[in-house]
Design a protein around this ligand. Structure first.
Ligand SMILES: [Zn+2]
Length: 305
């Protein structure tokens, strides 16, 4: 073997050693969904030091015009979309194309005799029916990175149902859970935590009352809470009144002294610093928003089962 052959063998050996020693790219670097590790890293990334808010607009899917208007809101607003509605897929695609985060607004059984949305999770389901219904919802809305409950004032009080829900979400491995807190007795957030699932409770409903003055006050409350606790999560709906106020106030968010962060940055698994900062005490625990705003006249294709 001459010197050139020896050098070639040594070079190949070094190249092979380098390739073998390279770390395997983490899931998030391969373009997978935000993993707990990524969420943790984002959370620990240098911040501006300002208080943070996150905002979800939910109940999207039944109307196109207000859905589009909502998606055009400035900044990192997240959108939660009802399954089996006329515009579920198109609105999810539009939001995703504008680099907005998309959630599944999973219908869950309410208290009383309110009309239910197609694909509602109910407490009288078997485990198999429950899993099939959840998966049908997840399949019906593309680009989903998390879910929050639509209605659900009854189901979110049920330990068995919440155990099944969190087990299914945990099994999926990509999804986080936001408790809309449509009942003051919801155990959903607690069960998410028990199952080690990334989670966050809603702190303020922006448009529990659709009166413009009230929405302004709730928005101020969201900001004040964030400044007090470091973080606050608000949920609103695609009402014209809500959208008009958010269009104006989110345009000059810097003047409010807070930062609007993507929902995925606000959520993380067990030691949920932002959730702890936002807290689940003291928010309005109510449930007017349990009243579906578009429930009547919906198409009613029941997904399997
Ligand atoms: Zn809803």
């Amino acid at each position: 073997m001459d010197r050139r052959q020896r050098l070639t063998i040594i070079a190949c050996g070094l190249l092979l050693a380098f390739l073998v020693s390279r770390p395997v790219p983490a899931a998030e670097e391969r373009g997978a969904f935000p993993s707990p590790a990524l969420i943790e890293r984002l959370q620990n990334s240098p911040s501006t030091g300002r208080a943070r808010i996150a905002i979800i607009i939910d109940d999207l899917g039944n109307t196109w015009g207000n859905g589009v208007r909502a998606i055009l809101l400035p900044g990192a607003v997240a959108y939660s979309i009802l399954p089996f509605t006329q515009f579920s897929t198109r609105l999810a695609d539009l939001a995703h194309s504008r680099e907005k985060e998309v959630l599944l607004h999973m219908p869950m059984e309410p208290e009383g005799h309110q009309p239910e949305s197609p694909g509602t999770l109910r407490r009288d389901m078997t485990r198999e029916q429950f899993a099939l219904t959840l998966n049908a919802g997840l399949t019906a809305v593309p680009h989903v990175i998390g879910i929050n409950n639509h209605m659900g004032s009854l189901l979110t009080q049920q330990p068995q149902a919440m155990t099944w829900l969190m087990e299914e979400l945990k099994r999926d491995g990509r999804l986080f859970f936001v408790d809309s807190r449509t009942s003051p007795s919801s155990v959903a957030d607690r069960f998410a935590r028990l199952h080690g699932l990334a989670h966050l409770p809603r702190n303020v409903f922006l448009d529990h009352d659709r009166n413009a003055e009230s929405i302004e006050q709730r928005f101020d409350e969201l900001i004040a809470r964030a400044k007090r606790r470091g973080f606050a999560l608000g949920i609103g709906h695609p009402h014209a009144e809500t959208l008009a106020i958010l269009e104006r106030r989110l345009t000059d968010i810097d003047a409010l002294g807070v930062e609007l962060v993507p929902l995925s940055q606000a959520v993380h698994p067990t030691q949920n610093k932002m959730a702890a900062a936002g807290g689940s005490d003291g928010e309005d625990p109510i449930s007017n928003s349990d009243v579906p705003i578009f429930a009547r006249g919906q198409p009613s294709p029941q997904p399997a089962p």
